[in-house]
Design a protein around this ligand. Sequence first.
Ligand code: WQD
Length: 338
Amino acid sequence: MTRILVTGGAGYVGSHTTLHLLRAGHEVLSYDNYANSSSEVLRRVAELAGRAPEIVEGDVCDRKTLDAVMARFDPEAVIHFAGLKAVGQSVKKPLSYYWNNVTGTQNLLESMQEHGCRRIVFSSSATVYGEARYLPIDEDHPIAPTNPYGRTKAFVEGIIGDWCHAWPEASAVLLRYFNPVGADASGRIGEDPNGTPENLVPYIARVAANRLEKLGVFGDDYDTRDGTGERDYIHVSDLAEAHLSALTYACRSSGCEAINVGTGRGATVFEMLKAFEATIGREIPYEVLPRRSGDVARSLAAVQRAESLLGWRAHHDIADMCASTWHWQSCNPDGYGA
Ligand code: WQD
């Protein structure tokens, strides 16, 4: 059993990972400021796991609280999810993204080193690659983010790499997520975006639930199978398992390793729409709109490094992703509620 500090443990991927950590027998402390989540999530995680994580409401930018938690809980590793993650919002409020994502991580690393915690798994993103120069995208692809959110992820990756170089005992895994979707099979936890969802799958789910009128398809003139954007969607439960594999790897190695987390298979917007219609047994209204600025045509992960270094691969298919999303949406029409 290992003591794991999970920053952002009440978030979408953080809560699913906390559930898998508890089920695997780890001792978990969730450190979250609830800026984009609620403590109700962790109550449900405890219900599902049959035991609770320790819960501290705190901000990674609050060094005093962070140091107190580090000193008392004495974690053997940190899984770092806490951060802002909306691309569009990052363009409007870049300084808030640099403060929370970059300064917050620097604060965390300083506190970790001061308390002798030398292992971290970092929630990075395929957004660091920007426009794909080749496909599938492997970890040696150029890092060229095209928005402030992606730049914060790239900067943090560099900071963690330098931290590992300066502290040879340190060990870090940077997980570059492609497109996380879906929900735990229980239907008790899932993705609950604030306001109108920016991402495709939660938007489709709300149209299917008649909470939104129709899906706007952002462009059907891309150079793809059917003209709509193609992405590498990965089930959030597979993504959670990737963190446990990364943790095991970090505990037996040193240095800093970037690893893609995807399936290596792509799906277009129309293919996701069709899969969701098959899940609910009826058509979902949509309208083709102009392209969304900043979107790329295709994004697809090369997954060999995850398989060879972590011994991990994704198992859930698109049908599972749609079915679990719809189960979550149907059981929780208002998400986690007010
Ligand atoms: C997927 C496809 C859209 C909404 C973003 C972030 C990435 C990660 C995941 C954090 C694209 C199309 C979407 C809609 C549409 N987040 N679409 N209508 O943009 O690939 O990735 O979320 O880590 O960092 O960049 O995901 O779900 O927004 O879009 O047609 O209402 O669906 O054009 O082709 P994206 P997405």
